[in-house]
Design a protein around this ligand. Structure first.
Ligand SMILES: [Mg+2]
Length: 309
């Protein structure tokens, strides 16, 4: 099977998005942009053995490769619209491609985002997705807007994916809820959109709560005090933390793809409505304060954050 047959068989499904003028199949894609909107773009690469265990199924890999990109759109408060895919494969395995393609199509349809082009090549398995979203002009969420006195919030529970990976690495029977968070994270796109004009800064948690919050603090030139007892945890993770007295999975565990954001006091009353409408739990874990080191109250054994290099 040559590259062109592979693309037409597995990566060119019909699109209903009218903003796509020309999709897969030419040298480039052509898309309309609605007036009053700005484009937001982002790219994320997943490499076998680095970003997912080599035993991960094709369907889980496809889901995650797109989900992590959708999560970056969520962090910006953007509406995901289009994506391109660069797929590097060690060999053409048709049943793997079938599963990968089906799962990618499923999440893209569910999220209203269209595959408009890509590239395939031979080499060690890696998946790079570049995504484009739309945001109302001037309304994008950034890392740089946090102010002293703002509350620090997170969505849902933290550390589930890292706990699941820890279980896999320790040959523990995996907790099914945490395993779903590891393999099939659901990016908080609706929440991100709802936080436009409400949150003062936002980031998605890909490398761990501590490190990602620090990105907000650095960009905003402020600090924060968070209390570990306030961080929302799944029951299994609470048990793990209590047993081991170890907060490292909670504070440094990556792959949650939840949002961490800051909200000025005057906007905080709107959060319960947003939480209900989006079906997402929102929890305050701390407060923004003057510059200095991030203060983490109540934790022993914090450990090190994920490092890319
Ligand atoms: Mg991100």
């Amino acid at each position: 099977m040559n590259e062109f047959d592979l693309i037409s068989k597995y990566f060119s499904w019909p699109l209903s998005d009218t903003s796509v003028v020309l999709g897969v199949g030419d040298d480039g894609a052509i898309c309309d942009v609605e007036s009053g909107y700005q484009l937001v773009t982002s790219i994320d690469t997943l490499i076998a053995g680095v970003h997912f265990p080599k035993s991960t199924s094709a369907a889980d890999i496809a889901h995650k490769a797109l989900a992590v990109n959708l999560s970056d759109m969520a962090a910006m408060g953007a509406l995901p619209k289009h994506f391109t895919l660069a797929l590097t494969l060690p060999e053409v395995d048709q049943s793997w491609l079938e599963d990968f393609s089906q799962s990618l199509q499923q999440l893209s349809t569910q999220s209203g985002v269209s595959l408009i082009g890509g590239d395939t090549t031979k080499g060690p398995l890696s998946i790079a997705i570049s995504i484009v979203g739309w945001v109302e002009s001037g309304k994008a969420l950034r890392r740089s807007g946090a102010q002293i006195g703002d509350g620090v919030y997170v969505s849902n529970t933290i550390g589930d994916a890292a706990f699941s990976l820890w279980q896999l690495n320790n040959n523990d029977a995996p907790d099914s809820g945490c395993l779903v968070k590891l393999n099939r994270p659901m990016p908080q796109v609706e929440l991100g959109r709802s936080l436009q004009g409400i949150a003062s800064a936002c980031i998605d948690i890909s490398d761990g709560l501590k490190q990602d919050l620090c990105h907000i603090l650095k960009a905003s030139k402020v600090s924060a005090r968070i209390e570990v007892e306030k961080i929302p945890l799944a029951k299994v993770l609470t048990d793990h933390v209590n047993k081991k007295n170890d907060w490292s999975l909670v504070l440094n565990g990556g792959d949650d793809y939840e949002l961490c954001f800051t909200v000025p006091v005057k906007n905080q009353t709107m959060l319960s409505g947003i939480s209900k409408r989006c079906g997402v739990k929102i929890t305050q874990v701390g407060v923004i304060c003057e510059s200095g080191d991030l203060e983490i109250v109540g934790a022993k054994n914090i450990g090190r954050s994920y490092q890319h290099f």
